[in-house]
Design a protein around this ligand. Structure first.
Ligand code: FUL
Length: 496
């Protein structure tokens, strides 16, 4: 009995001490949490970036007339997909690791893929499902069934409508937006294209119309409608406000890529495209870069491009140039005349996903010992970068702008890429960094031409293979103390 009582007391004391220790660590962590440095992303912007890859679908009369920019006078009778199956699109996207899809509900030609109450220039006037079809509705349903997010592209420029250029057209546009945002469930992204080419059919006028890109569409009112009807939707345009165009249609972000813009500077059709790649380092609003690119040359389907689909290797390269540079990849699938993702496009996208997953599948730093030049407490210790939990991170003291992490490998390993992530909920901080490896006796920079400037959500640096016993990541400048949530290293070939 006495022995049991003594053990119980020891147990209670030990429990209290452990409890107090945990509480002390917790308090220490709480006290020393780094403050966010603005601008910071919304929860929706973080989720948008974590999705990494979305699909774009360009589909409409252009698909059947072999054109890219329909003039607005194509007969609705040309729109006649014979085997349309949005579930096939969605299954393909899922197999390719894609998390959402944006459909051209209306492209510049003005033809609507849903039976809009505001025009007869739509699927309702076509032979598709005897005029009873609704491509927007079919895709929205397929996405819901398969757990994919859904977004709409509604071209502000409309080469069909006679009213284009007047305030009647702006009301028409807003009404259509309301239809799309009310009748099709959750919309996660609205794509506001910046193209305004000028000439068009315009109800038979066949003329060139120019509008003031800054003021004509009343974008603040359009944004307000989107926020009202779909508060979780991100608004894409050249200048956001949800996410920005990356400034090219090659699917490539800049190596230096700040997720900020100066408020109110960039509008749809903004002429200084080169600013959009790096963003504005001194920006005051969080507007991350979206990298759009087509799997083929054109955005719409052209039978002549069946032999020129980007290869799996080219598509994998796009992942590194977009997601690997703090961007989001939006890859376009020109759905074909049957109404299906073409088998070549589908096979190449799925294979590209397999390649990237293999190359980034085996973190060679897992199990390595990691030491930081400095930390701000237990909660922010160096090993946080290896715990596979995005919410935890390593951070030094508030005043620190230069700090390093050294990973000591259990045995010599060949590496050719390093993946870094910041905890972006607290803002994007790192301005420059270096990656060095030790061959067992000396430190050397990894052999690469890549700039090591910003990190952001994700940065993947590729280099010629090196044999390393240790790896050193040094943050050499930052806007505030760095908060690094992940460091991983890989050998690409090992995963294939
Ligand atoms: C551009 C448009 O003019 C193209 O047709 C395509 O939709 C592309 C994604 O955006 O501005």
């Amino acid at each position: 009995m006495r022995r049991a009582a003594v053990l119980a007391v020891i147990g209670a004391v030990a429990g209290a001490l452990i409890g107090a220790g945990i509480a002390a660590c917790w308090t220490e962590g709480r006290k020393s949490a780094p403050e966010a440095i603005g601008p910071v992303p919304t929860a929706e912007q973080i989720a948008w970036q974590e999705d990494e890859v979305w699909a774009f679908v360009h589909f409409g009369p252009n698909t059947f007339t072999d054109s890219e920019w329909g003039y607005g006078d194509a007969d609705p009778a040309v729109f006649n997909p014979t085997a349309l199956d949005c579930r096939q699109w969605v299954r393909t996207f899922k197999a390719a690791g894609i998390k959402g899809v944006i459909l051209t509900a209306k492209h510049h030609d003005g033809f609507c893929l849903w039976p809009s109450a505001y025009t007869d220039y739509s699927v309702a006037a076509s032979p598709f499902r005897d005029g009873g079809g609704d491509v927007v509705g079919e895709l929205a349903r397929a996405c819901k069934e398969h757990g994919l997010k859904f977004g709409v592209y509604l071209s502000p420029w409309d080469r069909h409508q006679a009213s284009y250029g007047t305030s009647d057209y702006v009301r028409y546009y807003q009404n259509q937006l309301r239809e799309l945002l009310t009748n099709y469930g959750t919309i996660s992204e609205v794509w506001l294209d910046g193209a305004n080419g000028g000439d068009g059919w315009y109800g038979g006028a066949r003329e060139t119309r120019t509008i003031d890109r800054r003021t004509y569409y009343h974008f603040p009112a359009i944004h307000a409608i989107i926020h009202e009807l779909q508060p979780g939707a991100l608004i894409f345009s050249d200048g956001g406000p949800g996410c920005r165009w990356v400034g090219n249609e090659r699917g490539a972000a800049s190596e230096t890529n700040w997720s900020f813009l100066r408020d109110g500077v960039v509008y749809p059709g903004y002429p200084f495209e080169r600013e959009l790649g790096p963003g504005h380092e001194d920006g005051d609003v969080w507007i991350p870069a979206e990298c759009d690119v087509s799997i083929r040359k054109g955005w719409f389907y052209h039978p002549g491009e069946d032999g020129a689909v980007k290869t799996p290797e080219q598509l994998a390269e796009l992942y590194y140039r977009s997601v690997g540079r703090n961007g989001k990849l939006l890859i376009n699938f020109p759905v074909d005349r049957e109404g299906l993702v073409h088998p070549i496009d589908s096979a190449n996208a799925v294979e590209a996903h397999r390649i990237v997953s293999g190359q980034l599948g085996n973190d060679l730093l897992s199990g390595a010992r990691v030491r930081a030049s400095e930390t701000r407490g237990l909660r922010y210790r160096a090993s946080r970068v290896s715990d596979a939990r995005p919410a935890t991170f390593w951070a030094p003291k508030d005043s620190t702008r230069e700090a390093s992490l050294v990973f000591t490998l259990k045995k010599k390993k060949t590496l050719d890429r390093v993946l870094l992530q910041e905890n972006i909920a607290l803002g994007q901080r790192v301005k420059s960094f270096t990656i060095e490896y030790s061959d067992g006796s000396d430190w050397h920079p990894v052999p690469t031409q890549e700039q090591m400037t910003t990190i952001g959500y994700k940065r993947i640096v590729r280099f010629d293979p090196v044999e390393a016993t240790a790896l050193r990541i040094s943050i050499t400048d930052a806007r505030a103390c760095p908060c690094i949530s992940s460091v991983q290293a890989f050998l690409a070939d090992a995963g294939l």
